[in-house]
Ligand binder design. Structure first.
Ligand SMILES: *[C@@H]1O[C@H](CO)[C@@H](O)[C@H](O)[C@H]1NC(C)=O
Ligand SMILES: *[C@@H]1O[C@H](CO)[C@@H](O)[C@H](O)[C@H]1NC(C)=O
Ligand SMILES: *[C@@H]1O[C@H](CO)[C@@H](O)[C@H](O)[C@H]1NC(C)=O
Ligand SMILES: *[C@@H]1O[C@H](CO)[C@@H](O)[C@H](O)[C@H]1NC(C)=O
Length: 344
């Protein structure tokens, strides 16, 4: 019993101490202004200083409770852009497939396409986003980037949203993006030739025309400057389209977007990637360098696959350009007047 009372006493003493500390902390004035850099931080937002020089010096003495680390994140209004060359966020590209379901149900043909990925790549992780889960994803991952988050949330046209979404996922998580109407024929771990494996950050395939990158399938490590360049390009184009028609991005519609392909689609992606690589490599780099390449070619850290890889059917099944990796069925009639994602 003596031991029990002793422990009880200790416990009471501990609780009282906690209460005393808590109450004395609570008495500290909480509307004290803390300034560092140009940021005026005040938990209660009671006092707002327009001129930091006017604050009486005694107010700069900050109680510990209100002290925030000096390195409080200075949230950039845009994604940090760095040169990806020689920079590898991780040794290999995440073996994860990302897809997005439109408003239509996933029919049998699409189910077969989805299964082709899992059959050919037994270790593949897989996630299909819906409109709702995609929004949640962007909210979670881009909370620090209001420019991007607000634009994504504001966009009313499904195809514009879907185009931007794939780039946001490829930035935040990396892995493989693929539209639902794509069949996988060859294991993903064979797509990058052995000699390029340890230097590749991004993998893109040429379309059948032989000089534009396809956007239905793209593979990348997370947080590369190349995907940042695409996001920046698309965001700028969307804002410019809205400004041109004197509307907000929330009011954009398909009549105003001259051509989706140029604003958010494969053409936008191609221009952004070529420009960014030219800037990073510091040598001329354009369509001429990629047109009709016949084998996987590494430019800095971006691997470009010949059109047989992703666009074999459309390119007429060429026999001199390596294996057919995926097949795109063009089932999404996405260029309808509403920018919908209807499927056949
Ligand atoms: C605090 O006040 C500033 C200046 O009026 C304002 O910009 C900011 O949005 C306020 N923050 C909150 C959390 O209310
Ligand atoms: C990458 O792999 C090649 C062989 O495929 C090797 O010669 C090269 O040194 C490696 N580079 C790095 C940075 O590990
Ligand atoms: C887009 O908006 C403009 C102006 O409000 C309107 O004239 C046009 O019909 C709209 N187009 C579509 C596809 O809704
Ligand atoms: C692209 O082609 C131009 C003209 O032939 C050449 O000068 C340049 O070095 C090429 N760039 C790369 C990255 O191969």
């Amino acid at each position: 019993m003596g031991r029990f009372h002793y422990l009880l006493g200790l416990l009471l003493l501990f609780i009282c101490s906690c209460l005393w500390i808590a109450s004395s902390l609570g008495k500290q004035p909480s509307n004290i202004l803390i300034t560092h850099g140009s940021c005026v931080c005040n938990e209660d937002n009671v006092t707002v200083a327009s001129d930091v020089g006017d604050i009486p010096s005694n107010q700069l003495e900050v109680p510990i409770k209100d002290m925030k680390p000096i390195s409080e994140p200075n949230i950039p209004s845009y994604l940090p852009i760095t040169n990806s060359y020689g920079h590898h966020t991780q040794p290999s590209i995440p073996l994860k497939l990302w897809q997005k379901a439109g408003s239509m149900k996933i029919n049998d043909a699409r189910q077969k396409d989805i299964h082709s990925w899992l059959d050919v790549n037994p270790r593949l992780r897989h996630e299909i986003l819906t409109d709702e889960s995609a929004e949640e994803y962007v909210r979670e991952n881009f909370a620090d980037y209001p420019d991007v988050l607000d634009l994504y949330l504001s966009l009313p046209v499904p195809i514009l949203k879907a185009d931007l979404l794939r780039q946001l996922i490829l930035y935040a998580d990396g892995g493989i993006w693929s539209d639902l109407d794509v069949t996988c024929h060859r294991p993903i771990n064979t797509w990058i030739p052995e000699q390029y494996k340890n230097r590749t950050n991004v993998v893109v395939g040429l379309e059948f025309d032989g000089f534009q990158f396809s956007s239905w399938t793209i593979m990348t490590k997370p947080k590369t400057s190349h995907i940042v360049a695409i996001i920046e390009y698309v965001v700028d184009k969307l804002k410019a389209s809205a400004a041109q028609h004197s509307v907000t991005t929330a009011e954009l519609n398909m009549t105003m977007i001259s051509d989706v392909v140029d604003v958010t689609g494969p053409q936008a992606m191609t221009v952004a990637l070529l420009q960014n690589l030219q800037k990073e490599m510091g040598v001329p780099f354009g369509r001429a360098n990629i047109t009709d390449i016949k084998e996987p070619t590494l430019f800095q850290d971006m691997l470009v696959l010949p059109n047989a890889a992703f666009a074999s059917r459309q390119a007429g099944f060429p026999e001199d350009r390596g294996p057919y990796l995926v097949e795109h069925h063009y089932a999404g009639s996405w260029k309808n007047a509403n920018g919908g994602e209807t499927q056949s």
